[in-house]
Design a protein around this ligand. Structure first.
Ligand code: OSB
Ligand code: MG
Length: 369
């Protein structure tokens, strides 16, 4: 395929409720939608770089810069036989995983559409439905947290992940465990702790958590190996895994027993698949994380989660969980049994709602041959 027109669209989506984590409070989510056009086909992707450099060093402006000045010029107007060929044209670019993943996602969508197959099928997905989970921000009190969980359970979600931070941690775990003895419960610290907090994590061992996500440094692999040796609960790495190499290091060092794969964090679906396959060979379960995506990014996550070793429920919830209106049709919905259907139509399998996209657009730039 040859892409003669590539468009970047800076969007700002207003969250239904503030999302509070150890990194701060989010009221809205800024991302970049990437649109590629060629041979009558349109491909859509979403770069999950945010407005702030608190989860990752990347931000919307850094991703925009890398896309505009390096990634897009290297593929615009070139004849490409597949996604791998596109990647080889910008393999010199170091880092900037979220910028890369946004463009790669649009290419995957376009190539899948050109072959008339779904993204899931093109990735090697084996599931028609995936298990959905929900990531819940820090709440003011345990009682409010219990009410939130009750609400999500009613909607069908079976797995809850709560955000924790120093001062808002063990009391929430204790309260939820008391109220819901069998709840599938995870916690995510977003790097808010250090090895000085080992006692806290040992205490958490008593509450049947299925995993503890990224307790220590955002780029750390070594100290997590020390913590994992001291506690029974599996550690799951998020922030510090950017590649297959990081995954190997983490697993060989015993830094975690589970991996959260976010295509944006590891540079795209190609690297995500490599990590998935490696983890499968080591009996390490993986699950698909979320970055409060619009339906465009969500579609990619759902497709990825249909691969065989995505055996734990992802942070993949309905469009309505974060946003009043999505920019895709149909919106993503959760089934009463806590699953989500994997789209079967070509590519991302949903249509972009151009009117809604227009409504949330802050800035656009079009690149042509
Ligand atoms: O750590 O998983 C995380 C959102 C932004 C940045 C980091 C994280 C998250 C989430 C949200 O947990 C998951 C979702 O998309 O609902
Ligand atoms: Mg996380």
């Amino acid at each position: 395929m040859r892409f003669d027109r590539i468009e970047l669209i800076h969007v700002k989506l207003i969250l239904r409720a503030p999302f509070v984590t150890s990194m701060g409070v989010e009221n809205d989510e800024e991302h970049i939608i990437v649109r590629v056009d060629g041979e009558g086909i349109t491909g859509w992707g979403e770069s999950v770089a945010e407005g702030t450099p608190f989860y990752s060093y990347e931000t919307v402006p850094t991703a925009w810069h890398i896309l505009r000045d390096f990634l897009i010029p290297s593929i615009l107007g070139k004849e490409l036989s597949n996604v791998a060929e596109a990647l080889s044209l910008y393999e010199k670019v170091r880092g900037h995983m979220m910028a890369k993943a946004g463009l790669e996602a649009a290419l995957w969508d376009a190539f899948a559409k050109s072959q008339n197959i779904s993204l899931s099928k093109m990735m090697g997905g084996v599931r028609q439905k995936i298990d959905a989970g929900v990531s819940i921000g820090i709440q003011p009190t345990e009682q409010v947290m219990i009410q939130k969980v009750e609400g999500y359970l009613k909607e069908g979600y079976k797995r809850m992940k709560i955000k924790i931070a120093p001062g808002s941690d063990i009391q929430f775990v204790q309260a939820l465990r008391k109220e819901f003895p069998n709840l599938q419960l995870w916690v995510d610290a977003n790097s808010a702790y250090s090895l000085n907090d080992i006692a806290l994590f040992k205490k958490m061992d008593e509450y049947g958590l299925e995993l503890i996500e990224q307790p220590l440094g955002y780029d750390d692999i070594y100290e997590h190996s020390k913590l994992q040796k001291e506690i029974k609960t599996p550690i799951c790495l998020d922030e510090s895994v950017h590649s297959l190499d990081d995954t190997r290091a983490a697993i060989e060092l015993g830094s975690c027993r589970i991996i959260n794969i976010k295509p944006g964090r590891v540079g795209g679906f190609t690297e995500s698949k490599l990590i998935h396959d490696y983890c499968a060979s080591k009996n390490i379960p993986v699950w698909c994380g979320g970055m409060l995506e619009s339906g465009i990014g969500r579609a990619g996550n759902v497709a990825l989660a249909s691969l065989p070793n995505f055996t734990l429920p992802g942070d993949i919830s309905s469009s309505k969980r974060h946003y009043l209106e999505d920019i895709v049709e149909p919106e993503f919905v959760i089934n009463p049994d806590g699953t989500m259907n994997v789209p079967t139509k070509p590519g991302i399998g949903v249509e972009v709602n151009m009117k809604m996209l227009q409504k949330v657009t802050i800035r656009r730039d079009v690149f042509k041959v």
